[in-house]
Design a protein around this ligand. Sequence first.
Ligand code: NAD
Ligand code: TYD
Length: 354
Amino acid sequence: MIILLTGGCGFIGSAVIRHLMNKTKHSIINIDCMTYAASVESTAKFLKDSRYKHEQTNINDLNSLKKIFQKYSPDAVMHLAAESHVDRSIDGPGAFIETNIIGTYNLLEASREYWSNLEYPQKDHFKFHHISTDEVFGHLELNESPFNKNTPYNPRSPYSASKASSDHLVRAWRDTYGLPTFITNTTNNYGPWHFPEKLIPLITLNAIHGKQLPVYGDGTNIRDWLFVEDHAEALVKAIEYGEPGDTYTIGARQPRTNLQVVEAICDILDEIQPTPEGTRRQLIRYVADRPGHDFRYEIDPTYAEQKLGWKAKHNFEAGIRKTIQWYLDNRMWWQKILDQRYAGQRLGGKNNVR
Ligand code: NAD
Ligand code: TYD
């Protein structure tokens, strides 16, 4: 299968590309315009492989998208390109509207024109897979059941509202034009190549450097954590076996409070790299809360597990250990990003900049 994948130099997209290149025979056209969140190193080793091509194009450039469809004749689309950080969406929602809503509209239109002109059997087998988040469902109280594919939408941040909008467009293009689309909604990911503005990489790097560890509010907010390599495997199963018109909610049943996550990172680093100053838990600081901070996300992945024949392999304790070890072993990558921050470029929410 020739897969046209967007956002392949990002955190999750690059994990999907590594999985596709290492464990399948599919070919990949990666459309990524290389925003601040992209990392060329994460897929660099495939650039010489004839199964992999990178087109540095913005998904808001409709003409270029149309040309790429004609040039490569893909069998499927996996759409991951997005602005993805909630704190940035609060500070500057415009880019989220541009990429997540208008960009998805452009990709749907380029796909529709291309797919309409296909002939049997390629037309019957074509799939458009939209990668989305559980944040479109809003947030849960402690006593509420986890999200599933029938949970009504109730997005609360500019990020989640833009992703919810894109989900609606994707369903509308199927219902109105017959474009064979389906959606996966996934919980919080963590793992290698995660840009250090999100909770886990930010806390890991601050803890390595003995810096303060910012916890928003009282640290009781809950996220449900999925190791990125497990997510990549689920997404590849979804493009192979997912049914147009369906929705798959993907997760690993690993909810933790933010404080539990931060303490786990401190404890593992204390074990691997003890410091004379004592436990890193002393570095935890409660800082001003995020406006409209969603309290709890949790996904019921039962349906996706049954339909896709997939189950996450890592619990949080196994995944976080691998993640921390990866950051310790890959200083060259993140040091360059931190150096850019010290050179004046913005990194993360205002609470994180010290
Ligand atoms: P990311 O921010 O790490 O990467 C996004 C990638 O998209 C980057 O390489 C960037 O250069 C590219 N991109 C952004 N705007 C673009 C544009 N206009 N044109 C072309 N390329 C563009 O994001 P991620 O964490 O890898 O998330 C990937 C997808 O998965 C997103 O759609 C996100 O909403 C979804 N998702 C993420 C998580 C998570 O925990 N990170 C959880 C569930 C769903
Ligand atoms: P984040 O990684 O930004 O993901 P999301 O907002 O998409 O869930 O944040 C995860 C949780 O961690 C969220 O509840 C906000 C919190 N958080 C902190 O407490 N401190 C931080 O420095 C950051 C970046 C996040």
